[in-house]
Design a protein around this ligand. Structure first.
Ligand SMILES: Cc1ncc(COP(=O)(O)O)c(C=O)c1O
Length: 261
């Protein structure tokens, strides 16, 4: 499983390198391992901004891809997609056939009755915006993310974590010169102004690295981005003067491996 737009920094795994490694592994052992791509965020960005980028079924080992409708798919919470390369890859044992509402109906959900409104909204958005519309919105999001990143880096408080990032996510870490407060202090301080800014510690072996992450979706237009930048910089100026007190949350075992964004 490889990620297109990972949670902490928005960066991609190196799909081609993983693919090549699995090819070499198969040559050595005879074992062929397929790939799943977690495109929770990248799945609705890459096709529009980087049509020539091979992150998907163009890599022969890739058999399935997930993408979150409720992230860059631009629909309300509750919708995720999984696309299988071929029908036969989907495990039939996951399907229940139920005699319901006048006929036999296949169902592969974990629970039964669910709201379907986000699916209708997704269909509407795709028809309404089309490929051109999604491309324009993703381009705008990315331009706004680059603007926010520049403002925060120019403030002198932050350095960029994700030079290689493709999706509209700004991931920063505080400059080493900053001694009086940390990323969790900044997150707590801007919350007073109504912003929810994710601060993360990295997984094991990089725990001392912390990130501050902003996911830039269309509701953050340029005016709002500038307000956010002013609030983050204002929070840093306050903390520089008064000091911070926050500590990173202590996560253990399985908690750490299941980040929520
Ligand atoms: C890389 C990645 N995969 C999967 C998920 C889960 O997606 P969803 O909330 O749509 O289930 C997230 C974030 O929530 C994510 O950042």
């Amino acid at each position: 499983m490889a990620i297109a737009g990972q949670t902490f920094t928005g960066e991609d795994d190196d799909f081609q390198e993983i693919h090549d490694w699995l090819d070499a592994y198969e040559k050595k052992t005879g074992i062929s391992i397929p790939m799943h791509i977690d495109g929770a965020s990248g799945g609705f960005v890459n096709p529009f901004l980087y049509p020539d980028y091979k992150w998907d079924f163009r890599l022969p080992r890739v058999q399935s891809i997930n993408a979150s409708g409720h992230k860059f798919g631009l629909v309300p919470p509750g919708l995720g997609w999984v696309v299988f390369k071929e029908r036969k890859i989907f495990n039939d044992e996951l399907i229940f056939y139920v005699n319901y509402l006048g006929g036999e109906m296949p169902t592969a959900t974990l629970n039964f009755t669910r709201g379907t409104a986000p699916i209708a909204v997704q269909a509407y958005m795709m028809l309404r915006l089309g490929r051109d519309g999604y491309t324009r919105i993703m381009r705008q999001n990315l331009d706004n993310a680059i603007h926010l990143r520049k403002r925060l880096v120019d403030s002198g408080y932050f350095v960029i974590m994700n030079e290689a990032q493709r999706i509209p996510v700004v991931a920063l870490t505080l400059d080493k010169q900053v001694k009086k407060f940390n990323e969790f202090d900044v997150s707590a301080k801007v919350r007073e102004r109504g912003w929810v800014l994710s601060a993360y510690t990295m997984p094991p072996d990089a725990q001392e690295v912390r990130s501050l992450r902003v996911v830039v979706r269309p509701h953050l237009n340029l005016t709002v981005i500038d307000t956010l930048a002013n609030d983050i910089i204002g929070a840093c100026q306050f903390l520089e003067k008064h000091g911070g007190t926050a500590t990173a949350p202590q996560l253990h075992g399985h908690d750490r491996s299941a980040p929520k964004c």
